[in-house]
Write a protein that binds this ligand. Structure first.
Ligand code: ATP
Length: 447
């Protein structure tokens, strides 16, 4: 196993050990690339998505939120092109039964001679089938009787829920172009090869923002959103910028609806891979929805009296992939101190502080409980009196908890506690009365 693959394994194992992420249905042997988020995982996921939501809908006055259904009218997927176009080419190995995406094995997969290609899993040649198309949408049925007419799909992207609602949102909120609609929600894709932990799963969450702009201004808006989204990773999430880059889609790569597309990529332990796509989707979707629904999807400009189909700049991020880069970026083996640390920014950390009585007697647990009760009005904190103080801290270092507070005998005399910094392990004595203020300062000035 390579070092890099090894480091993904270490993250997977820390996630299980500390209650971030579990394999779905583990007691039944797991279930095809679906993951469950444990107590710390859901806190971290919420912190990331709330940061995104705030960035989009609070800091931009012209972006509003939406929460549309996962199940939608099946015609939406005809209009969007997903029924026709949302396919991956697939090859099977007749020898070992492994399955691959043809385009991931060979770029020029359509003209390749598959009988001469070696199976990457079992190494035999001549056993790979010709590529077959495979639709990635999950099908289900609405209502009690399963018939062709009742087919519905689990949405493969949240974007279409925004397009079909855009005029309702615009009218209700009296928005003028340019304006945006943001949405966070589940999406489902029956991925052929689901791998790399939570990177590629069959059920995942997207954070998408669709920005409706006047045609002709789309190139400038695209440029501005590219920069803004990149900054969200470096400044908002504090990700190391050397591990981030842009990748522009070449002509062969562009989706059927796109005029221009860029991916933000991160250098994961398994290599550079996409975490977010920024696409100029033109007026493709709105025109198609007008064609398929028969409803007018044009925006009407009250000032200039013009009617037109806005162009759409889409920023489409995967919440689970974003969480994986946060974990990968924060993972640190502190060999000097023989500990593993998640160096999460305090604003992302699932738990902000652990409060520990030094010993389980002499009135220290009672005072530590009082400190916990006060702090929990402000942050997610936990109380821990189990095991040696060193062990308690190391458990929290792995969980990414930035502050450790210890109540000791001196606390009973002068109402002070020690405040430990996770990364430096430095400890300061702080009056209990000013703990909240001190922690706020530390969070605001964290580097
Ligand atoms: P990929 O090429 O990796 O399959 P994509 O280009 O199909 O991704 P988009 O359709 O642009 O992805 O989706 C936007 C975002 O949704 C992606 O950048 C990614 O973060 C997330 N995403 C897409 N598919 C998955 C998946 N199977 N599991 C987890 N996240 C996903």
């Amino acid at each position: 196993m390579t070092d890099k693959a090894h480091s993904l394994d270490k993250i997977v194992s820390l996630c299980k050990r500390r209650g971030f992420i579990f394999q779905s249905s583990e007691i039944y042997g797991g279930f095809g690339a679906v993951y469950d988020y444990g107590p710390l995982g859901i806190e971290l996921k919420n912190n990331i998505s709330q940061l995104w939501w705030r960035d989009m809908t609070q800091l931009h006055e012209n972006i509003v939120g939406l929460d549309s259904g996962i199940l939608m009218h099946p015609k939406i997927w005809e209009a969007s092109g997903h029924i026709e176009e949302f396919h991956d080419p697939l090859v099977d190995c007749k020898q070992c039964k492994a399955r691959f995406r043809a385009d991931e094995l060979i770029t020029d997969f359509e003209s390749a001679d598959w009988s001469a290609i070696q199976c990457p899993t079992c190494g035999t040649t001549g056993n790979l089938t010709e590529p077959r198309q495979f639709n990635l949408m999950f099908k289900t049925h609405m209502g009690p009787v399963e018939s062709e007419g009742d087919i519905a799909y689990l949405r493969p992207e949240t974007a279409q829920g925004i397009y079909v609602n855009y005029l309702l949102v615009q009218g209700a909120m009296r928005k003028k172009v340019p304006f945006g609609i943001a949405q966070i929600g589940k999406a489902f894709r029956n991925e052929i090869v689901a791998r790399n932990f939570i990177f590629r799963t069959r059920e995942f969450e997207q954070m998408e923002m669709q920005y409706f702009v006047k045609p002709g201004t789309d190139d400038d808006e695209m440029k501005a959103w590219k920069e803004e989204r990149f900054n969200f990773y470096t400044v908002g999430l504090g990700i190391n910028k050397d591990k981030l880059r842009f990748h522009q889609h070449g002509h062969g790569e562009l989706a059927h609806y796109a005029k221009e597309a860029w991916d933000i990529e991160y250098e994961f332990p398994f290599g550079w891979s996409e975490v977010e796509g920024i696409h100029n989707r033109t007026d493709f979707d709105l025109k198609r929805h007008q064609e398929f629904s028969g409803k007018n999807m044009q925006y009407s400009d009250q000032i200039s009296n013009e009617k037109y189909f806005p162009y759409i700049i889409e920023t489409s991020a995967g919440l689970n992939r974003m969480l994986l880069i946060v974990l990968a970026d924060a993972y640190w083996e502190d060999s000097e101190n023989n500990r593993t640390v998640l160096k999460l920014h305090p604003k992302l950390a699932p738990v902000k502080a652990v409060v520990c009585p030094l010993v389980k007697k002499d009135g220290l647990p009672e005072l530590a409980r009082n400190v916990t009760d006060e702090l929990k009005k402000h942050y997610k904190v936990i109380y821990d009196q189990q095991g040696s103080i060193g062990k308690r801290y190391y458990r929290q270092d792995e969980a990414g908890t930035p502050f450790g507070i210890t109540v000791d005998h001196q606390s009973l005399e002068d109402n002070t506690v020690t405040l430990r910094n996770r990364d430096t392990q430095n400890q300061d004595r702080v009056p209990i009365d000013s703990l909240v203020e001190k922690i706020n300062d530390e969070i605001n000035n964290w580097s």
